[in-house]
Design a protein around this ligand. Structure first.
Ligand code: SAM
Length: 288
């Protein structure tokens, strides 16, 4: 089977199957072999690995993954791509294609395919659901070694930045709670067919064995973080006190901040993950 990581072979397959790209599914296919090699290398895939690919498209990256991994499970939502994948992946007996919405898949059952050993995720993600996919993977708590994915450049920045930058927010904190983020490649729009309107980057998220902070209640920590960034322009005290469902009083937030040596007028965007964790633990203590 011809390497699909170039314009000529990709357009030939699209023409052969008269496939029409669906914008609603975020279909921008990779046509650059160097970038494909870089993703597989960054994902550190070996013959022992079981890799989950989200959105195989016409199977371009899947071919590269199948060459490197022991097993590949590829989840694709678009039914019209399935006959194409049957064709382009026919030389490989280590690939399983599932026609499903990744956000509806039972991730725990899927991870079982690897007998409880950590899986690796590699993908050129559909950009319209990048954050829900990343959060679903982490929050499912399946055994996971790493996630190496193509995302919008701006989203990659948000994942790895710290306090005091405009990109810092709930996504940065959630990602950094679960994993070490590293941008491993910058990818121009010319590497895709059709070209997206944004620049892209490949980011590797290496899952921590244990989170870097000690949050007594993970769900409450994330509720506090979300509430702090929902009202970005407000002080932390106002943001948390106004948040429906959080159940904390102004007095409790002010006392917690004082104990942490922080001002009453501090904004959420200046707090580190460690400080958010400390704050959520203080608020839990105050409420019990
Ligand atoms: N991996 C291919 C490549 O690199 O050329 C295609 C990547 S394209 C950016 C994103 C792929 O994700 C498309 O094939 C699209 O149909 C698929 N997709 C979109 N939403 C999905 C979902 N909810 N679940 C599974 N696949 C999805």
């Amino acid at each position: 089977m011809a390497d699909l990581g170039n314009y000529t072979n990709t357009s030939e397959i699209l023409k052969k199957y008269q496939f029409r790209m669906q914008k609603k599914y975020g279909q921008n296919f990779l046509i650059d072999a160097n970038i494909l090699r870089k993703i597989v290398e960054a994902a550190q895939i070996t013959g022992e690995d079981c890799v989950l690919e989200i959105g195989p498209g016409i199977g371009t990256m899947t071919q590269y993954l199948a060459e490197a991994a022991g097993q590949v499970i590829a989840v694709e939502i678009d039914r019209d791509l399935i006959p194409i994948l049957e064709d382009t992946l026919s030389p490989y007996d280590n690939v399983t294609v599932m026609c499903e919405d990744i956000l509806k898949v039972d991730l725990a059952a899927l991870a079982q395919e690897n007998g409880g050993r950590p899986i690796k995720v590699a993908a050129n993600l559909p950009y319209y659901i990048t954050t829900p996919i990343i959060m679903a993977l982490f929050e499912s708590h399946i055994p996971l070694a790493s996630i190496t994915v193509m995302v919008q450049s701006e989203v990659a920045e948000r994942m790895q930045t710290g306090p005091g930058t405009k990109d810092y927010g709930a996504l940065s904190l959630a990602v950094q709670y679960y994993a070490k983020p590293e941008i491993v490649a910058r990818v121009p729009a010319s590497c895709f067919l059709p070209r997206p309107n944004v620049d892209s980057a490949v980011v590797r998220l290496t899952r921590y064995g244990k989170p870097p902070v000690d949050a007594a209640d993970e769900a409450f920590l994330f509720a506090v973080i979300r509430a702090s960034f929902n009202q970005r322009r407000k002080t932390l005290v106002n943001g948390l006190t106004n948040a429906a469902g959080l159940g904390v009083t102004r007095g409790q937030v002010e006392t917690a901040l004082k104990k942490m040596g922080l001002s009453k007028t501090v904004r959420g965007e200046t707090l580190t993950l460690k400080q958010f964790s400390e704050l959520s633990n203080q608020l839990l203590d105050a409420g019990t």
